[in-house]
Design a protein around this ligand. Structure first.
Ligand SMILES: *Cc1c(COP(=O)(O)O)cnc(C)c1O
Length: 408
């Protein structure tokens, strides 16, 4: 591999310590952690002055276009622990037919077809670095597939628990990528309980969303990439389909780190948390002005990736949304599906249902004057639309009979 390969490059490590995201309690880096002693997500802290002294923008932009190029802002210490399946910097498509200021971040180009690859590449690499041999997680599909693939690449055993109605393609993908996969008659939080209750007896490292420190660091690369792709002038708004909120929290953290390095100014995008009407705990908490969100009863939506009735990082999501001057919005399933169809027909962009929810939210925010048509907005298309069931289509032709060309 040539010298631009970011996965094999030397990795000067700038991590100073870990920190409880709620109490600020300091925790040691270099050892395994799940939640903090207060039962909250843990954040990784860096010597950002040191990073700024070691790296400049010109050096960064000459590196190969994958998310390992941000290695000074990532936690892995030794190159041999990097577990990689060919992660790319994902394109930002200026989708003018959807709106003059609309940019779609195409996360489906990542390994396993979703942005879960970012978080799991980082979590599995760190697990390898810290000597983990068996990982487990609850999933609505995409996270489990990414865990399965990266664990296989790392030689770590993976056990994955899905709600019984997880899309079939996801369950089969997880199995084909070599994980043990189980269907549970419940929702993702019920699956999470099986992992939490069984981790002692099974020797599992619990890789549930935000229950270990490193998936956020992987998702943070979305914020670093956006800053770089927008030439260090962040867009006016980011519409993010919010389940556990890892990406929203991660991007918010990335922007703070870049500002502390002096690479961007204080201006921030409005962070807009998009959920489905059938599962909108964050929207409810935002509207009620609370710090935490209540468990959502009877959660249901076609957008499986955001069917998350309770998020352990709820306060971090709500904090980012509020500090940014953003808001939270819930979209009904039929409006999500209409947005998916419109986007495909108008622009050629195939949105996954979760991505379509962001487009629907954008249209509504525009109609309600909460966003200006001149604003540059980023919609997160977080998985390839090809992973989801599609409407039946196609007309059958019988080539043994004369073709009636007037019908086309
Ligand atoms: C996981 C997932 C989400 C939600 O992402 P979080 O960062 O956990 O909130 C949205 N869409 C898709 C397709 C997903 O797989």
């Amino acid at each position: 591999m040539h010298h631009l390969d970011n996965t094999t490059a030397e990795r000067p490590n700038f991590v100073t310590h870990l920190e409880c995201g709620y109490t600020g309690e300091r925790l040691a880096a270099g050892e395994l952690h799940n939640l903090s002693p207060a039962g909250k997500p843990i954040l990784v802290r860096y010597d950002l002055a040191g990073v700024a002294a070691a790296l400049d923008k010109a050096t960064l932009t000459r590196r190969a276009p994958d998310f390992w190029r941000y290695r000074e802002l990532l936690p892995i210490t030794r190159p041999e622990n990097v577990v990689s399946l060919g992660e790319v910097m994902t394109p930002v498509v200026h989708a003018r037919p959807l709106g003059e200021g609309v940019y779609v971040k195409e996360e489906g180009r990542l390994p396993t077809g979703s942005f879960k690859a970012r978080g799991l590449a980082m979590a599995v690499s760190m697990a390898k670095e810290l000597g983990v041999t068996r990982m487990a997680m609850p999933t609505n599909g995409n996270a489990g597939a990414a865990l399965a693939a990266y664990c296989r690449a790392a030689g770590i055993e993976a056990d994955v628990f899905c709600p019984a109605d997880t899309p079939e393609v996801n369950v089969r993908e997880i199995a084909l990528q070599g994980a043990n996969v189980y269907r549970v008659n419940g929702l993702i939080n019920d699956c999470g309980k099986i992992v939490g209750d069984g981790k002692e007896v099974m020797g599992w490292f619990d890789t549930s969303t935000l229950k270990e420190p490193y998936r956020i660091e992987g998702k943070k690369t979305m914020g670093l990439e956006l800053a770089e792709q927008f030439d260090w002038e962040l867009p006016e708004a980011i519409f993010y389909p919010t389940g556990g909120g890892t990406g929203l929290i991660g991007m918010w953290k990335a922007f703070a780190e870049l500002e502390e390095m002096g690479w961007i100014g204080p201006k921030r995008p409005k962070m807009i948390a998009v959920q489905a009407t059938g599962c909108a705990p964050i929207v409810k908490a935002f509207e009620e002005g609370t710090e935490h969100a209540e468990l959502w009863q009877d959660a249901h939506t076609v957008a499986a990736g955001i069917r998350v009735p309770v998020a352990v990082g709820d306060f971090l999501i709500l904090r980012a949304v509020r500090e940014s001057g953003g808001f939270a919005m819930a979209i009904p399933d039929d409006v999500i599906m209409a947005a998916q169809r419109d986007a495909a027909l108008d622009s050629g962009v195939l949105l996954c249902p979760e991505g379509a929810a962001t487009f629907a939210a954008y249209r509504r925010a525009l109609a309600e004057d909460r966003i200006a048509a001149s604003d540059r907005v980023v919609l997160f298309n977080c998985a390839t639309g090809l992973k989801y069931p599609m409407p039946e289509a196609g007309i059958t032709l019988d080539r043994s009979k004369p073709i009636d060309y007037s019908q086309f």
